[in-house]
Write a protein that binds this ligand. Structure first.
Ligand code: GLN
Length: 280
């Protein structure tokens, strides 16, 4: 009989060739395959690990060892303490982006803003803002119809479909989102095209290039959104961008003409990460 502890050891052997924290990932993968939590596995380590599930665990461990992100294996990623469905059509929501959502949620928690999230992907920003700002109405836009379908499913699974609307559109070409909003937020693709090849394998081989590639200088979306801002942001409204660690200065320049109180904020690792300003 193969015990839970044996199965974890076996997965760990496969993972440790390429991952630093193989044991903890093996525990999480085994828990996912058994549909239990890791605490259950720790307490019941001498229980049998069913043979057919062992086969699945080995397959998933091999995929993980080859670089497939954990969230694409389980199909789930926690973001802002909410559970989002993710797949290869969308970027996996990042902890840095939680800081962006947190700032907006704090600034507007007692208000009823109309929020537009450009390049919404899984809908993580749009939906978590609807969750944390109880009277917000949120619209998410993305060029990918598969991302839009996924974002809709996420709004539904979190019970927020009544306050979240999604629309398929190309942010670089379309600027008519039916009305003007109080807040525009975007975590657009912002990696310079030539840098993508040097990214970690787990990112460049698995996450959608469409969600990463910000054009030659990485700033294509920031420029277009700022140029088109009069079409979708009310005067006096707020624009919030997530930005790359080296894009603070560039964003100040792009935003200063049309925005007052432009600020560049750092993330918890001390890198530039958020640009914001009030539209004047
Ligand atoms: N807005 C989404 C997120 O933050 C997707 C971002 C993207 O595709 N670049 O997760």
């Amino acid at each position: 009989m193969v015990k839970i502890s044996d199965a974890i050891n076996l997965s760990c052997e496969i993972l440790k060739k390429s991952l630093p924290d193989a044991r903890s990932e093996a525990q999480k993968l085994a828990a996912f395959v058994l549909k239990k939590d890791t605490l259950y596995l720790a307490i019941n380590k001498n229980e049998e690990f069913p043979c057919e599930k062992l086969k699945i665990l080995k397959e998933l461990s091999a995929k993980r060892a080859a670089g497939k992100p954990f969230a694409y294996i389980t199909g789930i990623k926690e973001f802002m303490s909410l559970e989002f469905e993710v797949d290869e059509n969308v970027l996996i929501p990042r902890p840095e982006t939680e800081e962006l959502v947190d700032i907006i949620a704090n600034d507007f928690k007692n208000e009823s803003p109309d929020i537009l999230d450009l390049c919404t992907g899984s809908g993580a920003i749009c939906i978590s803002l609807a969750h944390y700002i109880k009277n917000a109405k949120c619209t998410g836009v993305d060029i990918s119809s598969k991302a839009i379908d996924l974002a809709k499913r996420n709004a539904k699974r979190l019970g927020l479909e009544e306050r979240c609307t999604f629309k398929e559109a190309d942010v670089l070409a379309d600027s008519d989102f039916e009305k003007k909003f109080d807040i525009v937020v975007s975590n657009p693709p912002y990696i310079e095209t030539c840098v993508i090849e040097s990214l970690d394998n787990t990112v460049k081989n698995y996450e959608p290039r469409l969600a990463l590639d910000g054009g030659d200088d990485g700033l294509m979306f920031y420029r277009t959104i700022t140029n088109n801002i009069s079409f979708y942001l009310k005067k006096g409204g707020m624009l919030y961008f997530e930005i790359g660690y080296n894009q603070g200065e560039a964003l100040k320049n792009i935003m200063q003409e049309k925005f007052a109180d432009v600020k560049i904020l750092k993330d918890l690792s001390g890198n530039d990460r958020i640009a914001l300003g009030r539209y004047i």
